[in-house]
Design a protein around this ligand. Structure first.
Ligand SMILES: N[C@@H](CCC(=O)N[C@@H](CS)C(=O)NCC(=O)O)C(=O)O
Length: 211
């Protein structure tokens, strides 16, 4: 049994998608970020970083969205979210998930939370511009990758890497140049959004935008 501490549409989304894709028994606990519940002492005991997601496995807490996503993919092989351990596809899977977690995710963190680096609003403007450049450069590279190697990140079958990518793509929806302006990525978005797990997550998390 898994317990996912989540906030609608947040970094918990790829973990929630993995739980739905694998049909893993789970319960959800909403963390109201606007109310600051992520900084409650009880929550900080589970996740000292004060962010979502936190995933409890048998009552033990784990954090970092990409790690939780990979853990579910590995523990629930029936979901076919991870290629065989000794395959080259698995090496690519590791590469892409770590790459997304190391490049796009921190750039989005800077885009949404420029106050992380400075209280000064002029510095925040510069930080957001840098984040936007990094995000758009990442879309360029992912567009090129999918145009040649798609339709999914690893080729013909979806995997956990796609659950992470589609979550990150969604975060660009209100940016000056949303990801759907990249043609191959726009097609990819439609493909991922047609999955039952996406529709179910929207219903359960109460999301509407970018459905
Ligand atoms: N590296 C962390 C980042 C998580 C993160 O930044 N979560 C955001 C929501 S997308 C959050 O909880 N923000 C609340 C805050 O920073 O106060 C992970 O992947 O789990």
């Amino acid at each position: 049994m898994y317990t996912l501490y989540y906030s609608p549409g947040a970094a918990s989304m790829c973990v929630h998608l993995a739980l739905l894709e694998t049909n893993a028994p789970h319960e959800l606990i909403l963390v109201d970020l606007a109310a600051g519940q992520q900084r409650d002492p009880a929550y900080l005991k589970l996740n000292p970083n004060g962010v979502v997601p936190t995933l409890l496995i048998g009552g033990k807490p784990f954090y970092e969205a990409a790690a939780a996503l990979m853990t579910i993919a590995e523990r629930q092989p029936e979901g076919k979210l991870a290629p065989p351990v000794d395959s080259l596809a698995r090496a690519a899977w590791n590469q892409w998930i770590v790459h997304l977690a190391n490049t796009l995710q921190p750039a989005f963190r800077l885009w949404f939370y420029p106050q992380d680096i400075a209280a000064d609003s002029a510095i925040q403007v510069v930080a957001k511009a840098a984040a936007q450049r990094k995000i758009e450069a990442a879309w360029d590279r992912l567009e090129a990758h999918l145009a040649v190697n798609g339709p999914y990140m690893l080729g013909d079958k979806p995997s956990a890497a796609d659950l992470m990518l589609i979550m990150l793509m969604r975060w660009s929806r209100n940016m000056p140049k949303p990801v759907t302006e990249w043609p191959t990525l726009a097609v990819y978005a439609s493909l991922m959004k047609s999955r039952p797990s996406w529709k179910r997550l929207y219903k359960v998390e109460g999301l509407t935008e970018w459905s």
